[in-house]
Design a protein around this ligand. Structure first.
Ligand SMILES: Nc1ncnc2c1ncn2[C@@H]1O[C@H](COP(=O)(O)OP(=O)(O)O)[C@@H](O)[C@H]1O
Ligand SMILES: [Mg+2]
Length: 271
């Protein structure tokens, strides 16, 4: 398991993160919820060791992740982050070469690179883009290529920083389905967003942050019902929770389940 223990961090005089502790359990999608500027990306960069905290620890399988080069090298193959902006992570070659680049640099055999690239393309449903030059892809397609590049490393933990920002509704839903598929296939996910409906749909556990502090935490069915806290953090409750609280509709797991349950109730009331 991956854990943060009492992490504090500042870019300048003002503290950015204050005493943050988080557990990222295996087999789950853990969400970090917060408004713009609350510290989500900073937490992701602390986890991946791109930023070094002033205080606190990062534990991976109960061992502190050191800054020794050899240890970091291993850690960064197991814990990978996809930035909000895919442009920061792509090298503008042909899609399949871009996805295989990290593996190539790590010295993997050609055969293994080809196999892993193929698997990553399939997982992200972009096999048809394999031979295209990156510069002509849409933003959403670039995002999927950036994620495929990380998946090719077969990480234990995949950190996705606002993976649906800038996507259209269909791209957003597809990303949600992909994340669920990844977790089912054994990749643990840490996800940030302020899209509350998406977070409710995808997260098994979540942390709510406000100005660099954790103000609430819990599993999906606990945290998203804390409407006052969500509002205090500058967010609102997901629509499924709002309807549940106002109209006593079922607290369904997601939109699809909601409509199935409501439809079931309407039919049974009519008969
Ligand atoms: N490189 C930086 N230098 C100085 N301040 C920064 C830097 N990056 C982010 N910040 C500040 O840190 C706070 C948290 O930012 P960030 O982690 O990016 O929030 P979020 O991802 O939730 O939008 C904000 O107040 C932001 O302005
Ligand atoms: Mg951010």
């Amino acid at each position: 398991m991956l854990q943060l223990k009492e992490i504090s961090f500042a870019y300048d005089d003002e503290p950015t993160l204050k005493n943050i502790s988080m557990d990222f359990k295996e087999g789950r999608i853990t969400g970090i919820l917060g408004t713009n500027g609350s510290g989500k990306s900073t937490i992701m960069k602390i986890i991946t060791r791109l930023l070094v905290p002033e205080k606190g620890q990062i534990l991976y399988d109960d061992r502190e992740v050191s800054l020794v080069k050899k240890d970091l090298f291993q850690y960064r193959q197991e814990v990978n982050m996809v930035f909000q902006n895919p442009e920061q992570q792509l090298f503008y070659t042909i899609v399949k070469d871009d996805i295989g680049m990290a593996l190539q640099n790590l010295g993997y055999e050609e055969e293994e690179v080809t196999k892993r690239v193929q698997e990553a393309l399939e997982m992200m449903e972009i096999t048809h883009l394999a031979d295209r030059p990156l510069q002509y892809l849409s933003f959403g397609q670039k995002k999927r290529v950036a994620i495929a590049g990380m998946l090719a490393l077969k990480p234990k933990y995949l950190l996705l920083d606002e993976p649906t920002a800038g996507l259209d509704p269909r791209g957003r839903d597809k990303m949600a389905d992909t994340m669920k598929k990844l977790v089912a296939a054994g990749t643990n996910i840490i996800l940030t967003s302020h899209d509350m409906d998406l977070m409710y749909d995808c997260c098994d556990d979540a942390y709510l942050i406000k100005k660099g502090e954790v103000i609430a935490q819990g599993d999906k069915y606990q945290l998203f019902q804390e409407v006052d806290l969500l509002e205090a953090a500058g967010l609102g409750a997901p629509w499924i929770v709002k309807l549940h609280q106002a109209l006593k509709t079922p607290l369904a797991e997601n939109e699809r389940a909601f409509f199935e349950e409501v439809k079931g109730e309407i039919w049974s009331n009519q008969s």
